[in-house]
Design a protein. Structure first.
Lengths: 229, 478
């Protein structure tokens, strides 16, 4: 089972993996221009569920049952627990109705497209015996990672920056499961790190709020003046 | 066989929960010193046990020296930290509840760094560095001032970008290795990778290294990925600045070097040395000029750390036995000297109640012992004889003149510019007209002067076993 997924395998396995990874990428694009915080959290939850499905599918076609654990972690923790927790934080901070001005949605989307093109151009041509499926998965994963970085750069709100970071983690896990037989230790640690991150950010969001009465990180920039950096 | 490794890593595992529940800060500080001391003992014990490897952990000449250095500086810093925090408590910048956190995180960070150093599995190496980074992020924000929160935020954002890219690079290395080494753990073991890399696909390996370089390079603080470093150093508690500069940057550079060894086995990959030379020189020259306009004393030394990491990266980029030797020596000397400087700067900032260079004047009259400590540290870090930093810089300059004269000229120019900046900025601090509070401050001089004595000794005479050791590792680095 799943001993050879060659380039010639234009079958269901290939198409479905392609579909799921592509779905994650679409979610990344949605994240880029979504201006309501609750919507951002919902899109992130959708992306995580798609990730869980993609990982589960990989587990089937690779015949690697341990990947199901990773899929379950992604589904439960990132699909439900983290979004719910962030929803609660957002509501407690009273910013759940807030609309964040997304500056230059058009140029951002174009940059996003360029980043996708870049990741395809970087990863697809690599030679060796790496199968096309793996390479496509990697290209999608890299695109998700780069779009997450873009989101972190363009957003000014602490919560949406967190989501940007967590979508990067989604991309990382997609990439990790695409690589056949990568030991589980890494996947657990990635999931683990997300928890730490949530903790760190939870603390941060409250601290920033406490100090500035806002979670807009541009409030932080004011304190840079006069220090000569 | 690997028992000492587990002992070393188990100490923080026990210490972290223990410290987290210790309410009394004095007991907490004492426990912290004790745990760091035990780690040091375990590291020394590890030196005398045979070198071992499994697919998870490895003990070889290269990392054992860094483990010992990390444990040593971790231990001395914990002594310094005990005095430092009692003053912070007095003036109310920290509360006992925060100190519980602080001590637990301190041990977690030391443990994570040792994990990264001892890991043979490249995923574990990544995990260690990530945990160490996240714990320092929390500690940088510990004072909760707007500046501290901003610094921690910036550190976190840039650090996480580094984390993501380094992970992707690690993954690509695994992908390329599994074709030769098979699926599973063997394809993640760094030493196996280094042996088998000749058979790897050079294109994919090169791509992987670019990701690793940007990812781990961010943590080394190489320009242009250094933006987090000055803020993180200046806003956190000073013991954290000392371990950040003295240890964490080293561990990140170590990670990079491990992958450099892997690439060195394959002749068709991109020229890693050239990229490291370029990044190293850029960091050195950039930081040297940035030193001139600093107003905050801790930021000043943070830029000096960027400068020295640049020098080391340059040295390993040049490669060859002599330059590698110089790089390794410089790594050690910089760790010891920079942490000593932060020890003295920490007490000075407490004595004067400010980190602003212009407001700290005339230390030689108000706090003579601290002034001597700082002066010796600055002389050492600026690369003056007879200190060890001079030795390593001299070795590097002479070996690179022989092989790459143009780069050597840039190197010397950068070092001289930085030298001028340090002397210029600190002259008034030491010898200006005395201002500000002159009350004696409770300080622990022992760690400070032990570090300086070691740096001085290394400059005058390096013991034969140490030389032999550096030579072996320099050969291993290729």
């Amino acid at each position: 089972m799943g001993t050879d997924i060659g380039t010639d395998m234009g079958t269901l396995a290939f198409d479905f993996a392609h579909f799921l990874a592509g779905g994650m990428l679409v979610m990344s694009f949605l994240l880029l221009y979504q201006d309501r915080i609750t919507a951002v959290l919902n899109v992130y939850a959708m992306q995580s569920i798609l990730l869980a499905l993609a990982v589960g599918w990989q587990s089937v076609i690779q015949g690697a049952p341990h990947l199901l654990v990773t899929a379950a972690i992604a589904l439960i923790v990132k699909g439900f627990i983290i979004p719910t927790a962030l929803h609660r934080i957002v509501r407690r901070l009273g910013i759940h109705r807030e609309i964040e001005q997304v500056i230059g949605a058009g140029p951002t989307m174009l940059t996003g497209l360029a980043l996708v093109a870049l990741s395809i151009m970087l990863v697809i041509p690599i030679g060796g015996k790496v199968s096309l499926l793996v390479r496509e998965d990697l290209a999608f994963a890299l695109a998700v990672i780069l779009l997450g970085l873009l989101m972190m750069i363009t957003r000014r709100n602490a919560v949406t920056q967190i989501v940007g970071f967590m979508s990067i983690e989604n991309g990382l896990i997609l990439a990790a499961t695409g690589a056949r037989g990568m030991p589980l230790v890494v996947e657990i640690s990635v999931a683990f790190s997300v928890l730490i991150v949530l903790f760190v950010f939870g603390v941060f969001v409250f601290r920033i709020r406490e100090r500035f009465d806002s979670v807009d990180v541009s409030a932080l920039d004011r304190f840079r003046g006069g220090r000569g950096n | 066989m690997t028992a000492p490794v587990y002992t070393l890593l188990l100490i923080p595992v026990v210490a972290v929960p223990l410290l987290a529940v210790t309410g009394n800060y004095r007991i907490g500080a004492a426990l912290n010193v004790l745990a760091s001391g035990l780690t040091l003992l375990a590291a020394i014990a590890l030196m005398f046990t045979p070198r071992v490897r499994t697919d998870i952990f490895i003990v070889d000449d290269f990392n054992i020296y860094l483990v010992t250095l990390t444990a040593f500086v971790g231990f001395t810093t914990s002594i310094f930290s005990a005095t430092y925090i009692s003053h912070e408590l007095e003036i109310g910048r920290l509360t006992p509840a925060y100190l519980r956190f602080y001590h637990a995180l301190y041990q977690a960070m030391l443990g994570a760094m040792n994990l990264a150093l001892l890991a043979n599995n490249m995923g574990l190496l990544w995990v260690g560095l990530e945990v160490a980074t996240l714990t320092t992020v929390i500690m940088v924000g510990l004072y909760r001032t707007p500046e501290a929160v901003e610094a921690a935020w910036k550190y976190f954002i840039l650090g996480s970008v580094g984390i993501a890219l380094a992970f992707f690079g690690t993954l690509l290395v695994y992908l390329v290795a599994q074709e030769t080494l098979g699926e599973g753990l063997p394809a993640m073991a760094l030493d196996r990778l280094a042996q088998a890399s000749a058979a790897f696909d050079p294109q994919l390996l090169s791509l992987a290294f670019v990701f690793l370089l940007v990812g781990y390079g961010t943590k080394v603080g190489l320009a242009p990925f250094h933006a987090w470093l000055p803020d993180a150093h200046s806003e956190g508690p000073t013991p954290i600045s000392a371990v950040l500069s003295g240890l964490l940057l080293n561990v990140a550079l170590y990670a990079l070097l491990r992958f450099k060894i892997v690439l060195a086995g394959n002749t068709e990959t991109l020229n890693v040395g050239a990229i490291m030379i370029a990044l190293g020189l850029l960091s050195l020259v950039f930081a040297a000029f940035m030193l001139y306009r600093r107003r905050d004393i801790k930021r000043l030394f943070a830029y000096s750390s960027i400068e020295h990491m640049g020098i080391m990266t340059f040295a390993f980029g040049i490669g060859g036995p002599l330059a590698n030797f110089a790089g390794l020596l410089h790594m050690t000397m910089h760790s010891l000297t920079k942490s000593a400087i932060f020890f003295s700067v920490g007490h000075i900032a407490q004595a004067k109640g400010t980190q602003n260079i212009a407001s700290i004047r005339g230390l030689s009259t108000t706090h003579p012992v601290l002034a001597i400590g700082l002066a010796l540290g600055v002389i050492a870090i600026a690369g003056m004889p007879p200190f060890g930093v001079f030795m390593s810089e001299f070795l590097l300059v002479s070996s690179s003149f022989e092989r790459q004269p143009v780069f050597a000229i840039i190197l010397v120019a950068g070092i001289l510019v930085a030298f001028g900046a340090l002397i210029l900025r600190l002259q008034n601090v030491l010898f200006g007209e005395a201002t500000g509070p002159a009350e004696p401050v409770k300080a622990s001089y022992l760690p400070l002067f032990v570090h300086l004595a070691l740096v001085l000794m290394a400059g005058l005479w390096l013991p034969e076993p140490v030389v032999h050791w550096f030579r072996t590792v320099a050969g291993q680095l290729g």
